[in-house]
Design a protein around this ligand. Structure first.
Ligand SMILES: [Zn+2]
Length: 288
């Protein structure tokens, strides 16, 4: 896809690359961690509450207040091509979503894009690149280790700029859900009905996929030949059933947290084809 020029001063970017976090860091996982990482590293949109719980304790004992310092958005965005691309996609996402919030009279706040390398710190606990990109609701942060994109291309065969943009747009979808209150509603429904926690999570994820498609549809002039295919390939590659098979497990639907490959493609496609966020109501049948 073609990305428009953007002014780094108008977006929120934080850079944790090159920073060290005591208690964080990778490479210390035992056998039990391997399956988890194998799956988690391939999934983006990890729910921090679920995935970071085990790491959080370690992190809380570490000294706080190590804010990313000194780096301007312009410097962070110009670190390399992937950083620049991520910043440009973020700027485009802001430009697309902000007016939609205005129309709906819902207060809008920009999320921040946080670059980290291998290990980082978020308002939801420690960040490790093995987890893949994620969104942290408590600090409105989209956390990305750009090395993940290489992983995505090499291990999942889901490469290309549009596949990467889809990742960002999906995480941004979680930001949208936070601002609209859908996230809170789902959290409380999950705690009231723990047996439905996973199916509810799947609906959240599919909605974020649909929102990603809506963003792309509203920027149709930037889409190039092959982009849509790239996005759908990525959506297929990160379906729960496909990931479980790849990890040598039999797909168990009750354990799905992001949706099957077919579902993820279906909802991304719905967003792409309608370009209408109202068509992304993955909860509709629950209200009937
Ligand atoms: Zn997600």
């Amino acid at each position: 896809m073609r990305l428009r020029d953007f002014n780094p001063a108008n977006i929120r970017v934080e850079d944790q690359r090159g920073m060290r976090f005591p208690g964080g860091g990778g490479g210390k996982l035992g056998c039990g961690g391997i399956v988890l990482v194998l799956i988690a590293s391939l999934v983006f949109g990890v729910d921090p509450a679920q995935m970071l719980g085990s790491l959080e304790q370690v992190q809380q004992s570490a000294p706080a207040g190590q804010q990313a310092g000194g780096t301007t958005a312009s410097e962070s965005c110009n670190t390399d091509a992937l950083s620049k691309e991520s910043c440009a996609v973020l700027a485009s996402l802001n430009q697309t979503w902000e007016p939609l919030f205005k129309q709906a009279s819902i207060p809008f706040q920009q999320p921040k894009l946080v670059f980290y390398s291998q290990a980082g710190r978020s308002g939801c606990g420690a960040a490790q690149s093995a987890m893949g990109p994620f969104y942290c609701p408590s600090d409105h942060g989209i956390y990305i280790d750009t090395d993940f994109y290489r992983e995505m291309e090499q291990r999942l065969g889901a490469g290309g700029d549009f596949a990467r943009a889809y990742v960002m747009a999906h995480e941004y979808g979680h930001h949208v859900q936070t601002l609209t209150g859908v996230s809170d509603q789902v959290r409380s429904a999950q705690s009231q009905n723990p047996s439905q926690a996973n199916p509810l999570q799947v609906r959240m994820e599919l909605q974020a996929d649909c929102y990603a498609g809506v963003w792309a549809a509203k920027n149709a002039d930037l889409i190039e030949a092959g982009d849509i295919e790239e996005g759908l390939t990525a959506a297929h590659a990160i379906g729960d059933d496909t990931l479980m098979k790849q990890a040598g497990q039999r797909p168990v639907e009750a354990a799905f947290t992001h949706g099957s490959s077919a579902q993820r493609m279906e909802w991304l496609r719905r967003g792409l084809e309608t370009g209408n966020e109202d068509q992304c109501d993955t909860f509709a049948d629950l209200r009937r």
